[in-house]
Ligand binder design. Structure first.
Ligand code: ZN
Length: 288
């Protein structure tokens, strides 16, 4: 059997025994390169290469998309908090790739719902905006972007005193997300959103042949700032339902939680983990 050597790229890898991997007991074949005499194995190419606790990757993923906090996950799986924090970032990269690849070969989109939701990093003075795009009908998550934004309302002044001016990266984030949506969509795609005045110019620019439908916001009712709090027909149901699923399953997005985001990258990774799980477990895979 010939293998490409990862060290010198020659085709001279030959079988060179096996070894037993310490972390999970798997027997992994080794190879030796006839040109550079160095050895390598199938594991060198593996995404989990050099991980000592690869067996906890899957349970960690499942717990993190089921509303368990990072701290509690560490306790349940008997790993350190450093390990679980590192694994979150690692699995986030895997999940991002999986999400992208799973959407690539699907039929082109006809109808997409789009909106922003808010959270923060460390302090409510440092808000973050999550732009989210969902396929209408199936509730499939197409993508998301996490962007910094300045605090508004009564906190704006305090935030500025404490942390100085905070850049608003929302437009850039939305643009990046909508460009991705464009790649996955038919030219005459229908985009549904609320009446946020920042959306129309953006959508006109990126979807010149698409149609933009805007609906009156349904926020600010009865129980605080929640999604899905009012009955009746909701034209943005797929999006609001998915946003509510984020809030119900990603611990750091719970309403009134002790858990908060400390690092933006960790939030992005966590959302990617949830998105892959969400898309794999949808009942309806096709637009209705
Ligand atoms: Zn070689």
């Amino acid at each position: 059997m010939e293998r490409t050597c990862p060290h010198c790229k020659s085709q001279s890898g030959r079988a060179h025994g096996r070894y037993r991997r310490l972390s999970d007991g798997a027997r992994v074949p080794r190879f030796r390169c006839l040109d550079c005499k160095r050895t390598f194995s199938e594991a060198s190419e593996d995404v989990c290469f050099a991980q000592k606790k690869r067996h906890v990757n899957h349970p960690l993923w499942m717990l993190l998309v089921s509303g368990v906090s990072l701290r509690r996950v560490s306790k349940i799986l008997r790993i350190s908090r450093t390990t679980s924090a590192r694994k979150l970032l690692f699995l986030g990269r895997v999940a991002k790739r999986e999400l992208r690849e799973s959407l690539q070969y699907q039929p082109k989109l006809e109808c997409v719902e789009f909106d922003d939701m808010e959270t923060f990093e460390r302090s409510k003075c440092k808000p973050l905006s999550i732009s989210l795009a969902v396929e209408s009908g199936t509730r499939r998550i197409l993508g998301f972007e996490v962007s910094q934004m300045p605090a508004n309302g009564p906190l704006a002044k305090i935030a500025k005193q404490r942390y100085g001016p905070r850049p608003d990266q929302r437009i850039r984030g939305r643009k990046r997300l909508l460009r991705l949506v464009r790649k996955l969509s038919k030219r005459n795609v229908v985009i549904k959103s609320d009446e946020n005045p920042h959306y129309p110019p953006l959508i006109r620019e990126l979807f010149p042949r698409g149609e933009h439908l805007r609906y009156k916001g349904r926020r600010g009712c009865v129980v605080g700032q929640g999604e899905l709090k009012r009955g009746g027909f909701d034209p943005l149901f797929s999006l609001n339902h998915t946003a509510a699923m984020f809030r119900a399953n990603v611990n750091r997005l719970f309403r009134r939680t002790w858990c908060t985001t400390k690092k933006r990258e960790a939030l992005t990774a966590h959302l990617a983990l949830y998105s892959v799980y969400h898309n794999q477990n949808l009942k309806c895979q096709r637009p209705a």
